[in-house]
Design a protein around this ligand. Structure first.
Ligand code: GCO
Ligand code: MG
Length: 403
């Protein structure tokens, strides 16, 4: 029996913070998992170090499902992003170990490839609409056939997903979050104009996506969906906070725009109503935040029954380890639709070496045994943790709203 002999947490900040879990076995096999939770990194690091690592020592590394059940059902206080990210890291590290032990890429252990490559989308943003159109051209020149378009909003100084210059990164370094002013009405006036310009510029074939980032009430979401119907979006993302899943029924009554939701959800139970009532078209959970490959695979299987498709979250805060895991799952999952690929800071390339690759608008996990992503611990040590937070948004009257 190959038992777990060590479980170590590596926190590093090559351009942004990442938390990785390293599991070592008695046979000397090392598996890596991603435990990054943007702006709450040290909570997951502590959960793993203080409450999970001691329980893993001596366990059979091959028993991935039993370990998942032990950490989920065995903890009375379960669910929630911190717990599920910690479990996800253990799960991915154990799949990595199983793949390395068998000498197979993980997608082979999941039943083998059902597609040759994975369609990916990236981000294009511009403060002015003309800058957005240039950004779309740049991304198309890199081969992308699916692009998420975001633009600035007249009258606002900061807008989710867009910078006035340089590249966009949601988390800001510092010991407290930046505060932004948000105006939903201004956004609702401008977003349809910007997206119509993007469609007119790009022509009919480009898959265009847009992220409303949880800011709308149900009736505002319905109106935006209707207004965007002529744009023929591939999806409209996170229209409402969606904690109240009932409200999606109202939105569906008014618009046929495809809806994508779930990057902040971490269990199948949070998706249950959304999927079984066909209130969404795409499940956006990340491998790292939704309990790893073992759990996201179950969410995908439930979604398949209801013709809902999987489209995992893949911003810069999903580390190259979780990106690799998502690609193994995507290659082997029939109802996988598309993988978000925002990219990582350049310095992250010094810490994470990955077998997965991008070419011509598509991603592939590669054929290295396991997940195919290794963490260089010496390089990681050169980039110590730096406090960073996602912004907080306030309305014009000063009250806090959803970011
Ligand atoms: C996306 C997301 C991200 C999140 C970020 C928060 O669709 O990629 O909305 O940009 O804001 O991952 O940590
Ligand atoms: Mg999003």
């Amino acid at each position: 029996m190959d038992t777990i002999t060590a479980a170590d947490v590596v926190v590093t900040s090559p351009g942004r913070n990442y938390v990785s879990l390293k599991i070592t076995t008695s046979d000397g096999v090392v598996g890596w998992g991603d435990a990054t939770l943007n702006g709450r990194e040290l909570a997951v690091a502590s959960y793993l170090r203080d409450h999970v690592a001691p329980l893993l020592i001596g366990r059979d590394a091959a028993r991935i499902e039993d370990t998942w059940q032990y950490l989920y059902r065995g903890a009375y206080w379960r669910r929630g992003p911190v717990t599920m990210t910690a479990i996800g890291a253990v799960d991915v590290a154990l799949w990595d170990i199983k793949g390395k032990t068998c000498g197979q890429p993980v997608y082979q252990l999941l039943g083998g490839a059902v597609r040759d490559r994975i369609l990916s989308y990236t981000h294009a943003s511009g403060w002015e609409v003309s800058q957005l159109l240039d950004a779309i051209d740049e991304k198309r020149a890199l081969g992308f056939r699916a692009i998420r378009a975001q633009s600035g909003v007249p009258g606002l100084d900061t807008v989710y997903g867009v910078t006035k210059s340089g590249s966009y990164e949601p988390a800001g370094r510092g010991t407290a979050p930046d505060e932004e002013v948000w105006d939903t009405e201004a956004y609702l006036r401008h977003a349809p104009v910007a997206m119509a310009a993007a469609r007119e510029h790009a022509g009919p074939e480009l898959k265009l996506l847009h992220d409303a980032h949880h800011r709308l009430t149900p009736i505002q979401a319905a109106r935006l969906g209707k207004a965007l119907e002529p744009v023929d979006l591939y999806w409209l993302e996170d229209v409402t906070p969606a904690e109240n899943q009932e409200v999606l029924r109202r939105i569906r009554q008014h618009t046929t725009v495809p809806l994508a939701i779930g990057e902040v959800f971490s269990t199948i139970w949070e998706f249950q109503q959304l999927i079984t009532e066909q209130l969404i078209d795409f499940v956006r959970a990340a491998v790292s935040h939704a309990g790893g490959i073992s759990h996201l695979r179950r969410i995908a299987a439930l979604a398949e029954v209801w013709q809902v498709r999987l489209a995992p979250h893949g911003p810069s805060d999903v580390s190259p380890v979780a990106m690799g895991a998502a690609l193994h799952l995507g290659l082997a999952t029939p109802n996988h639709a598309i993988q978000e690929y925002m990219g990582h800071p350049e310095l992250a390339g010094e810490v994470f070496r990955h077998a997965w690759s991008y070419a011509d608008g598509h991603l592939h996990p590669g054929d290295a045994p396991g997940i195919g992503v290794e963490v260089d611990e010496a390089a990681a040590a050169r980039f110590p943790y730096q406090p960073a937070y996602l912004p907080v948004a306030r309305r014009r009257d000063g009250s806090v709203t959803d970011w």
